[in-house]
Ligand binder design. Structure first.
Ligand SMILES: *Cc1c(COP(=O)(O)O)cnc(C)c1O
Length: 496
């Protein structure tokens, strides 16, 4: 690994720009060539490999005072960073819910970095790019074109924004000055809702205890009778139900709440209807899957990610709000140094900063815009169909293998199952099998708990995953399970 700096980067005396632009250009070309080569052969190497101790140590050098060498620091990147990534660009990364990225988005990141646009506000074309992405999102979800929205890091932040807008609707704009003051607000989501909904309640100051987690049916969807009972109970206690959060694609099993029923229930009880559709929203691009999301177009707000199923490089989340005025009423302020004008660069209101907590914001929109323009929404929809088809194929394979059993129905693109054996601790065995595969570099599934049992969880999100990759994954899981049960005479791999 490279630690010496042969030819220090020489900046012009008064700026950070180089003396020698040609050197920057030629190294930049090499970086593009290298990254294209990496992506073109992305399935060849291990999915993941543990970082050796000396590599980790290499990150502990003190603050550099002297000029370094651009080529040298690129060599460090190649030696220390690139081989030890999480692996979600690899076709056999099927853990958690990660997007695979795409080369168009990568090039867009280069362009965005060059322009160094600040999308907090003001009147410039990068803001128009983001507005178009928001309008396209509204079109995708069946929202009116007057809906507002803003790109954020991810659905976690998008959900927080939704909670804050719903709070403003329930308590009025004065809550922004007066604070919550013995606030009686309570919200509802299912037990399968992503943990970030609870964190949003925490960060909004409402508290996680004010989020009621409603039990689910056998399909892992919110039980509507239990919801009605919880709301009635809270009302009788003098509390104020204000928000209902539906899940469109739960993180554990990909289940989709009955969004139509949730929408009707929300109208009936005056609740803000929000949908966490982190990855599921993109199923709106699939003619085949769209009916599963019926009702999402009725929502007051939807949170989703472009960095998952839409394959835009991290990070790119989005919040969409039906009522733009209420959205702005939750965040807009106007300090003197951010005066909005009718003309000049300070024109162009409302600004993106009026719709969320960030002031300075990067040009995330460009990688989303270019990904959608280059591939087209239909092609992204086809990726969704393919992921779901692969999930069904995997479920069939699991059902056909006597040593494997399904732990949850497959609603969309997530398959939860486990290796069966007469092991004392089946949960530990399955966790070990998953870790074995990860450490072998063969594949990266993850785990979760389903009905109190540890499940091997395969989330099919990556556009690069193929049938052959899933065959390698299952063969690898079976081999690891057999190896582990054979090593332990108390276990056998023929099931219970
Ligand atoms: C991933 C996910 C989130 C969190 O989104 P981030 O982009 O990681 O912040 C929320 N809800 C669901 C259902 C998810 O899958």
């Amino acid at each position: 690994m490279r630690t010496t700096h042969d030819t220090p980067f020489t900046a012009k005396p008064d700026t950070l720009d180089p003396q020698d632009w040609e050197a920057v250009r030629s190294l930049g070309h090499r970086m593009v060539d290298d990254m294209v080569a990496l992506l073109a052969g992305v399935g060849d190497g291990p999915v993941w490999q543990a970082m050796p101790g000396e590599v980790r140590e290499a990150f502990k050098t003190p603050l550099p005072r002297e000029a370094g060498d651009l080529a040298g620091s690129y060599a460090d990147f190649q030696a220390l960073v690139q081989p030890y990534i999480g692996g979600n660009i690899h076709p056999r990364f099927v853990g958690w819910v990660h997007g695979g990225g795409n080369p168009v988005g990568m090039l867009a990141e280069l362009l965005a970095g060059g322009l160094n646009a600040n999308l907090g506000g003001r009147d410039h074309a990068p803001v128009e790019v983001e507005r178009q992405v928001i309008r396209w999102s509204a079109e995708m979800l069946g929202f009116p074109s007057t809906a507002s929205g803003v790109l954020v890091t991810g659905t976690s932040l998008a959900n927080l924004i939704a909670v804050l807008v719903a709070r403003t609707r329930a308590l009025g704009g004065a809550v922004r000055q007066d604070g919550l003051q013995g606030c009686p607000l309570v919200a509802y989501a299912s037990t399968e809702a992503h943990n970030c909904v609870s964190r949003a309640m925490d960060m909004a100051g409402l508290g996680t205890a004010a989020l009621r987690l409603i039990p689910c049916d056998a399909q892992h969807r919110m039980d509507m009778d239990a919801l009605a009972a919880a709301v009635t109970h809270d009302q009788a206690q003098g509390l104020q139900p204000f928000m209902l959060v539906g899940s469109a694609g739960t993180v554990d099993t990909g289940a989709i709440d009955d969004l139509m029923a949730l929408s009707r229930f929300s109208r009936l009880h005056g609740l803000w209807f929000h949908v966490d559709a982190a990855f599921g929203a993109l199923a709106m691009l699939s003619a085949q899957k769209r009916p599963l999301l019926a009702g999402i177009s009725e929502a007051d707000s939807v949170a989703f990610d472009f960095h998952k199923w839409a394959q835009v490089p991290y990070d790119a989340g989005c919040i969409l709000v039906r009522d733009a005025d209420l959205h702005a009423a939750t965040f807009a302020t106007q300090p003197a140094y951010l005066r909005r004008e009718e003309r000049g660069l300070a024109a162009g209101r409302p600004w993106p900063t009026d719709f969320g907590p960030d002031l300075s914001r990067g040009f995330r929109a460009l990688k989303v815009w270019m990904t959608i323009k280059v591939y087209g929404a239909d092609k992204l929809g086809a990726v969704i169909d393919r992921s779901c088809e692969l999930a069904q194929q995997l479920a069939r394979r699991v059902a056909a293998e006597p040593e494997l059993e399904m732990l949850a129905p497959v609603a969309l693109n997530v398959v939860c199952f486990r290796f069966r054996a007469a092991a004392a601790d089946l949960d530990q065995l399955n966790a070990d099998i998953v870790a074995d595969l990860q450490e072998d570099g063969l594949a990266v599934p993850s785990t979760t708990m389903i009905n109190g049992q540890l499940a091997i969880r395969v989330a099919l999100v990556n556009h690069r995953t193929s049938e052959a990759d899933l065959a390698l994954l299952v063969d690898g899981l079976l081999a690891a399970g057999r190896r582990r049960t054979a090593a332990n005479p108390q276990m056998n791999s023929q099931g219970i």
